[in-house]
Design a protein around this ligand. Structure first.
Ligand code: 6PG
Length: 241
């Protein structure tokens, strides 16, 4: 499958490029709908983008924080202070350093048990947030794992074929195995989708995704995300080579 790819020299320039593309979208969303919604991804790759957003005057001061709403496209089912928590990572790199109102931060409620209820509670929160609007994030950030997973949608997961639920509890072949993830039913609505992919250990999965002929039935979950506006893949040279 053909990827709409942008190749940047390294992770810092990749992170800046994602921010530079995000700002006009944020401005337009706030002008049109009064708010900007972004679904964040976890893992290591986006950490640099979050910290540049918080630490660079030009980005931090240009952001209308009271209009920005942060969501997570997946979360590990762990306490919010766990080293494995995606929320914790975003809190430490971004949230703790910017004047975003607490009510605009929408983490997965991982204290809700069991995980299925946690997923339901988050879906209820999303449905309330979008109301009668189309359930489409202005920006959704995604990563890709070495076997093609994205969010916590792993190969062969029944969640890949989910048509109505937006959020599901899933068990995955990675640490920690219990996770909560957006399904393609919501990810395939996003207004703008950015994949962030860096490092030479992503080279082989990128070639495998590119070699797939049918994206809709691809064995690689990341290849199955096709919102109306095709994803843009931000790659560093090490991954793209
Ligand atoms: C997670 C993610 C996951 C991630 C990829 C890539 O919670 O693990 O959201 O889908 O984006 O595994 O992770 P890296 O950026 O660490 O390679």
């Amino acid at each position: 499958m053909k990827l709409d790819a942008r190749v940047l020299p390294d992770l810092v320039s990749l992170s800046r490029a994602v921010l530079e593309d995000t700002f006009p979208i944020m401005k337009e969303a706030v002008a049109k709908r009064g708010r900007f919604s972004i679904a964040l991804c976890g893992g290591h790759t986006p950490e640099k983008m979050y910290s540049l957003w918080a630490q660079t005057d030009q980005y931090r001061d240009k952001t209308p924080w009271d209009r920005v709403h942060l969501f997570w496209s997946d979360e590990r089912y762990v306490p919010s202070d766990s080293p494995l928590s995606n929320y914790r990572m975003v809190r430490e790199t971004l949230i703790a350093h910017v004047p975003i109102p607490p009510e605009n931060v929408h983490p997965l409620p991982t204290t809700v048990s069991p995980p299925e209820e946690c997923a339901r509670a988050y879906e209820t929160e999303l449905r309330k947030f979008f109301g009668s609007e189309s359930p489409a994030f202005d920006v959704q950030l995604l990563g890709i794992g070495p076997e093609g997973h994205t969010a916590s949608l792993f190969p062969d997961s029944p969640a890949l074929d989910e048509k109505s639920r937006w959020v599901l509890a899933v068990r995955v072949p990675a640490e920690p195995p219990q996770r909560i993830t957006f399904t393609p039913a919501i990810l395939n609505n996003g207004r703008n989708t950015f994949f962030l992919v860096a490092g030479e250990n992503k080279r082989s999965i990128l070639s495998a995704v590119r070699a797939e002929s049918d994206a809709q039935t691809s064995q690689y979950p990341a290849a199955r995300i096709h919102p109306p506006k095709e994803p843009v893949w931000f790659l560093d040279e090490a991954a793209a080579r």
